[in-house]
Design a protein around this ligand. Structure first.
Ligand code: SDX
Length: 429
C-alpha cells in the first residue's frame, strides 16, 4: 500500500494513478493517464468542486480553517503592513520587492499609464446606463488594438511589458468608466501620486476643484484592493487561465475574467449585497422575511454575500473588512443604517441552523460595499473595484500558466443526446 498511488477498480480491472502532494499537504490524484489506460473512461465534476485545474505557487487557502496566504504571507499581515503595489509585485513575481524593485516597477507602470485617446470614442458609444463592468470588459479588450505587441508574448521580458502596460492603463479605464456614468470629463490624475492615490484622484476629481486626498479613504481602498488581489482558482481566475491557455493576449484574457467576475454569484455579489440591504431597509429592516426567502427552496433569492465554494468557515477577508467598515465609517463620521442591518443579518444567520448546517458564513462581498459606499463609490461600480483589486492576481495566474507552458484548456464531456439517426427531408418531418 503506497502513499503515492491511488488504485481505481472498474469492472474488475484495477488501475493505478500517482498521488501528488502540495507543500501544504494537499493531495491530488493525477489522472492524466485515466482515459488512455481505461479505454476512454473520464471523470465528471460539475462546477469542478473536487477537481484541480493546475498546480500553483501563488495563493494558498484553507477553507475549513479560514486561512488565506499570498506567496506564503498571511492576508492579515499583508492587509496591515503592505501596500497594494507591493502586494501586486509579490503576487506576480513571487517575492516582496526591495525598495529599488518597487520604485522601478512603479516607474515602469507610470510610463504606461496613458490610454490612447481613441479609446474615448469607444467609451462615448456607450449609453450612460451601461453597466460599468460591461464597459470595463469592452475597453480592456479594446486595449489590444492599441497595444498589439501585448499579444504574442513568449519571453518574460515581453510579458513584463504587457503587464506594466495593463497595470498602468487599467486604473484609467476604471476611472473613466465611473466618470462616464457621472457625466464628468475624463481625467488623467497625477502620476506624482502613489498608485492608489492616483486612482482616487482620477475617479473623484471635480473639473473645477482641487482634489484633496483623504488618508482614511486612501488607506481603506489600499486595504480593500489587497484583500481582493487573488483567490486561487475562482471562477474569474479560471476564466483568465483558460482563455490565456489558447495564447489569446493578456488583455483579452483579462477582459474574459472581468466578464466572469460580473456575475452576482461571484464578484457581482458586492453590488447585490448592497441592493439586498437597501431592500431590507426599505422593508422596515425586516431581516426575518429575507432570511425566510433565502431558506425557501422555491424562492430563487439567496442571502447575497453569504456562503462560499471553498470557505466553510469565516472568510478571513470578511473578518478584516467588517472591522474596517466600523473604523472607516467611524473615522469619516458616516452613520449608515445599512451597516447595522448587515450586522443584524449576520448575527441571525449565524444562529440559524439552515446557515450553520450548510456552513454559510459572510464572504468577502458582504461588508465591502458598505465601505465603498461610505467612500462615495456608486453601487454599480463596486464590482469594478473588485476587478481593480483582482487585476494583479489575474496577471500572476496568467503569467504562471504561460511560464509553465500549460496545455490549452479543453474539458471532456459525457454525451447524453440522440444516438445516430438518418436525415429527413422537410417534406417527411
Ligand atoms: C466570490 O470562489 C472564490 O474564491 C470567489 C471569491 C473570490 O475572491 O474570487 O471568494 C469571490 O465570488 C464570493 C462569493 C460571492 N457570491 C455570493 O455571495 C452569492 C451568494 N452565495 C451563493 O450563491 C453561494 O454560496 C456560492 C455561489 C458562493 C457558492 O455556491 P456553491 O459552492 O455552489 O454551493 P451551493 O450553491 O451548492 O450551496 C450549498 C447549499 C445549497 O442548499 P442545499 O441545496 O444543500 O439545500 O447552500 C445553499 C444552497 O441553496 N446556499 C445558500 C447560499 N449559498 C449557498 N442559501 C441561501 N443563501 C446563500 N447565499
Amino acid at each position: 500500500m503506497s502513499d503515492n498511488i491511488a488504485t481505481l477498480e472498474i469492472k474488475g480491472e484495477k488501475y493505478e494513478f500517482p498521488l501528488i502532494h502540495g507543500t501544504e499537504n494537499e493531495t491530488a490524484i493525477d489522472i492524466k493517464s485515466l482515459r488512455g489506460s481505461t479505454g476512454g473512461i473520464i471523470t465528471i465534476d460539475p462546477g469542478y468542486k473536487n477537481t484541480g485545474s493546475c498546480e500553483s505557487a501563488i495563493t494558498f487557502l484553507n477553507g475549513e480553517k479560514g486561512i488565506l496566504r499570498y506567496r506564503g504571507y498571511a492576508i492579515e499581515a499583508l492587509a496591515e503592513k503592505a501596500d497594494f503595489l507591493e502586494v501586486a509585485y509579490l503576487l506576480i513575481f513571487g517575492e516582496l520587492p526591495t525598495s529599488e524593485q518597487l520604485t522601478k516597477f512603479y516607474k515602469d507602470i507610470k510610463a504606461q499609464s496613458v490610454v490612447d485617446d481613441d479609446v474615448k470614442k469607444i467609451l462615448d458609444a456607450f449609453p450612460k446606463s451601461a453597466h460599468p463592468m460591461g464597459v470595463l470588459a469592452s475597453l480592456t479588450n479594446a486595449l489590444t488594438a492599441f497595444n498589439p505587441s501585448s499579444v504574442n508574448v513568449d519571453s518574460e521580458e515581453d510579458m513584463y511589458k504587457a503587464i506594466v502596460k495593463i497595470l498602468g492603463k487599467f486604473p484609467v479605464l476604471v476611472a473613466w468608466t465611473m466618470r462616464k456614468k457621472r457625466g464628468l470629463p475624463l481625467d488623467y490624475g497625477d502620476s506624482s501620486l502613489g498608485y492608489v492615490e492616483n486612482v482616487l484622484k482620477m475617479m473623484f476629481k471635480q473639473p473645477n476643484e482641487e482634489y484633496k486626498l483623504n488618508p482614511i479613504i486612501v488607506n481603506a481602498l489600499d486595504k480593500l484592493l489587497i484583500l481582493h488581489a487573488d483567490h486561487e482558482q475562482n471562477c474569474s481566475t479560471s476564466t483568465v487561465r483558460i482563455v490565456g491557455s489558447s495564447h489569446a493576449g493578456l488583455f483579452a484574457s483579462l477582459a474574459a475574467g472581468i466578464s466572469a467576475l460580473w456575475g452576482p454569484l461571484h464578484g457581482g455579489a458586492n453590488q447585490a449585497v448592497l441592493e439586498m440591504l437597501e431592500a431590507i431597509k426599505e422593508d422596515g429592516g425586516d431581516t426575518k422575511k429575507y432570511m425566510a426567502k433565502a431558506k425557501d427552496k422555491d424562492d430563487p433569492f439567496r442571502l447575497m454575500g453569504f456562503g462560499h465554494r471553498v470557505y466553510k468557515n469565516f472568510d478571513p477577508r470578511a473578518t478584516i473588512i467588517k472591522k474596517a467598515a466600523d473604523e472607516v465609517l467611524g473615522d469619516l463620521g458616516v452613520e449608515d443604517p445599512i451597516l447595522d442591518i448587515a450586522k443584524g443579518l449576520e448575527k441571525e444567520a449565524l444562529e440559524d441552523s439552515y446557515f450553520v448546517d450548510r456552513k454559510l458564513y459572510p464572504n468577502v462581498d458582504f461588508y465591502s460595499g458598505i465601505i465603498y459606499r461610505a467612500m462615495g463609490i456608486p453601487t454599480e461600480m463596486f464590482t469594478v473595484m473588485f476587478a481593480l483589486g483582482r487585476l494583479p492576481g489575474w496577471i500572476a495566474q496568467w503569467r504562471e500558466m504561460r511560464l509553465r507552458k500549460e496545455p490549452i484548456g479543453r474539458p471532456r464531456q459525457v454525451y447524453i443526446g440522440e444516438n445516430h439517426r438518418e436525415f429527413k427531408n422537410i417534406a417527411d418531418r
